[in-house]
Structure formats: C-alpha cells, structure tokens
Design a protein around this ligand. Structure first.
Ligand code: NZQ
Ligand code: ZN
Length: 381
C-alpha cells in the first residue's frame, strides 16, 4: 500500500426534501451566485425549491452552463462574479454545471485568464466557497475536487483540480426527470470510475478491492431495475450514492489509478461531441483487451467476483469478463463501437496525433503511448 493522507471536506446532505436545508447551510451575509444549465431545473421543480430555500438570502443567477462546460461561457460568469463581489456560489444541476462552477470559483480571485488555471492548476491562489444541488448521478463531482472543462476555440477538453464543494445536496427524487439516455451514461460513468481505480495489478489492498467490487455489483444489480422504473426512489437513491462513492477518493486510498480510458474519452468528446459516458463504454472494452497482460491479476479477480466466471483457461476467462462487461454497457443501453456513431479514421488519426504531440504516457504504469492509443482506437471501430 502506498503512503497517503486523506481528507474529503464535503458535507453530504442526502434525501428527499433536503434542498430546503440550503437556507441554514449558507450564511445570510453572503453574496451568492446561483449557476444553472439549460433549464431542466425549471421543469422538475428544483429551481422553485432552491428559490424558496434562499428567500431570505441575497443572490443572483447565471444560466447557460452547457454539457461539457465551455471556458468561453464560464468567462462571462467569472466576469460577473468579479464585478458583483460574489463570495459564495451554488451550482444547481448536473456535473457540467458543478464543474463549470469549480472553474468560476477558482477564477474569480485570479487576475489572469481562466483557461490558464485549467492548464496549470498550481496557479490557483484561492477559491470562492461553493456548494451544489446535484441532479444527475454520474461524475462524483459533488464530492471531489476535479472538474473537466472544454475549450471551443481549440477543441480541447481537460480535467483539472479545483476544490471540494462545501456541501452537496443529493435528493434522489430530482433524478426522476432525467432522460433515460443520461441515466445510461451516468451508470456507465460511475461503473468506469470504479474500474479505472480497481483494475490495477500493482495495488495491494483487499479492502479497497472489496469496496470497489461492492460498487460494481450494486450498479449491475440496480441498472435493470432503474431501466424498468426510474421513479423508484430506493433504486435511484442507491444509484446516487454509488455515483458519489465511485469518485470521492474512498476506494483508492493507498492505490494507483489508471484513467487512460477517460483521457482518450475526453478527446473523443472534444472532437465529436459524444457524451462523456458514451465515449467510455467504447474505449474501455478495447483498452482492456489491449492491456490485458498488464491487468491480468485484477481482470481474473474481476471475472470471478463480478461475473462468476469459473473458466480454467485464463485468457478465455479474461475475454469472457470483458465480453460480459461490454454486454452490460449495451444493456444500459449504450453503443460500444465508433462505427455505430459513424466516427471514422480521421478522428482516430487526430486523437493519436494529439497524443504524439503531447508525448505523454497514460495508464497506471505510464505504458500507454500514442501508438498504443492508436491500437486501442483501431479496436473501437
Ligand atoms: O443543462 P440542463 O438543462 O440542466 O440539462 C442537463 C444536461 O442537458 C440534463 N439534466 C441534468 N440533471 C437533470 C437533467 N435533465 C432532467 N432532469 C435532471 N434531473 O442532463 C444533461 C447532461 O448534464 P451534464 O451535467 O453534462 O452531465 P454529467 O453530470 O454527466 O456531467 C458530464 C460532465 O462531467 C465531466 C464530463 O467530462 C462532462 O464534461 N466529468 C466530471 C468529473 C468530475 N468532476 O470529477 C469526472 C467525470 O469523469 C467526468 O469527466
Ligand atoms: Zn467519468
């Protein structure tokens, strides 16, 4: 086990009706900016609940943070925040609104351009306190420091580290209005967050393994039930908590992580606009097939403990486990091949070229270079 220090400072406030608790969580002397996406919160009653909770607070609203939040949009909010001396931000919506808010919060005190902070988070000097009402279980952004920001101009999409939300409100009933496609992407995203941390041979923590396996098994168990009835409060509550636990640091203490699927997936989104979860289910099965020797020990454990595969031939066992995983993604239902999205060689070439130029190596052992990325993308076709 690696040495580590662990501190996750986000207060989780979970359950139906918990949006009203905002009023006592934010001090009355704060000048608040509320941040929103494209309007889903007006249709599902979340906006009204937030307004009611803040009836005696001083707040302004910023609308229009889009999926895969763009720095171009966020610059407007940052400018407004600086002008109005905003000293608290409340994000209301999905992971994109919250990620965008993380950049706004870090960029308000920063004199330069916000994109510099994405490229080099060490420039962050301080961050305006922020919190959220999360309405889409997927990213884990409600309990981590990460954010992923896109740049329209350069067609880039990068993750950076900002700060933890002060508190996060998770009311599972807010997810009832989600389009089934977003639920499918959210389940896939949560599942693959766990896989990126779990399938690493050099990790030596039976405890972290079993926490990760608990999340994977839970997601496999609830996915068909949610597909049948997304208004089932208990199922959505378990989904919501699983998504949070999948990426809040609790399953990777003392461990290395992979994240290569995510890095390649971000490029696919940047170039084609595919939704985050959609990109992951395309890249991950191919990546596991190519990297199966480096991940052999954990893939065998995964085959046994998650899919109950008792095949004695190790290679067959791994192949079957990856096959079952891909079938699970297809059952969500999501497409797992680039050709199903009419994405061709030009995009694969461009992604490989980007990795050639950056010269960075991905994966838990930094063994995935641009050539490997090319091979993985070949197998995604
Ligand atoms: O914009 P509105 O109108 O609110 O609609 C959104 C959006 O169109 C809608 N939606 C959200 N909650 C809803 C709802 N519609 C009906 N009912 C509700 N309750 O869903 C659409 C997608 O929302 P978005 O926020 O983009 O989805 P998600 O939460 O999956 O976030 C995706 C972004 O997060 C990044 C991704 O790369 C992507 O940019 N990630 C962030 C991570 C993090 N911060 O740690 C880690 C992840 O790996 C991921 O990369
Ligand atoms: Zn993700």
């Amino acid at each position: 086990m690696r040495n580590f220090s662990f501190q996750n400072t986000t207060k989780l406030i979970f359950g139906e009706g918990s949006i009203s608790k905002i009023s006592s969580e934010i001090p009355h002397d704060k000048r608040i900016m509320l941040t929103f996406g494209g309007g889903s919160v007006k249709q599902n009653g979340v906006y009204e609940q937030v307004r009611a909770a803040l009836a005696n607070h001083n707040y302004m609203e910023f609308w229009g943070i889009e999926p895969n939040p763009k720095v171009e949009t966020l610059r407007e909010a940052i400018e407004l925040g600086k002008r109005k001396n905003i000293d608290f931000i409340l994000a209301v919506g999905g992971g994109s609104v919250l990620d965008g808010t993380k950049l706004i919060a870090s960029a308000i005190p920063y004199p330069g351009d916000a994109w510099q902070l994405v490229l080099n988070p060490f420039l962050i000097q301080s961050t305006v306190p922020f919190a959220d009402v999360i309405t889409l279980p997927a990213t884990g952004s409600e309990m981590n420091e990460g954010a992923v920001i896109s740049n329209l101009d350069t067609r880039e999409k990068y993750a950076f580290q900002s700060a933890y939300p002060q508190f996060s409100i998770l009311d599972p009933s807010t997810t009832f209005s989600l389009p089934p496609f977003q639920i499918a992407c959210g389940i896939a995203d949560s599942f693959i967050h766990v896989m990126e941390q779990y399938l690493v041979d050099k990790n030596n923590s039976p405890l972290m393994d079993r926490w990760a396996e608990g999340l994977l098994l839970t997601l496999i168990e609830i996915a068909p039930k949610i597909r049948q009835n997304q208004h089932d409060y208990e199922q959505m509550a378990n989904f919501m908590l699983s998504a949070t636990m999948a990426l809040n640091g609790f399953i990777s203490m003392g461990c290395f992580s992979d994240w290569a699927t995510h890095m390649i997936g971000h490029e696919l989104t940047a170039l084609t606009g595919l939704t985050h979860g959609e990109t992951l289910v395309i890249v991950e099965p191919a990546l596991l097939r190519i990297m199966k020797n480096e991940k052999r020990k954990k893939l065998l454990q995964f085959a046994e403990r998650i899919w109950n595969i008792s095949e004695s031939d190790e290679d067959k066992k791994i192949a079957l486990a990856i096959e079952k995983t891909e079938q699970f993604y297809r059952s969500l239902p999501l497409k797992t091949k680039l050709s199903e999205h009419n994405i061709g060689d030009d995009v694969c070439e461009e992604i490989a070229n980007r990795f050639y130029k950056r010269g960075i190596r991905l994966g838990e052992n930094a063994t995935i270079n641009a050539d490997t990325v090319k091979k993985i993308l070949e197998l995604c076709k």
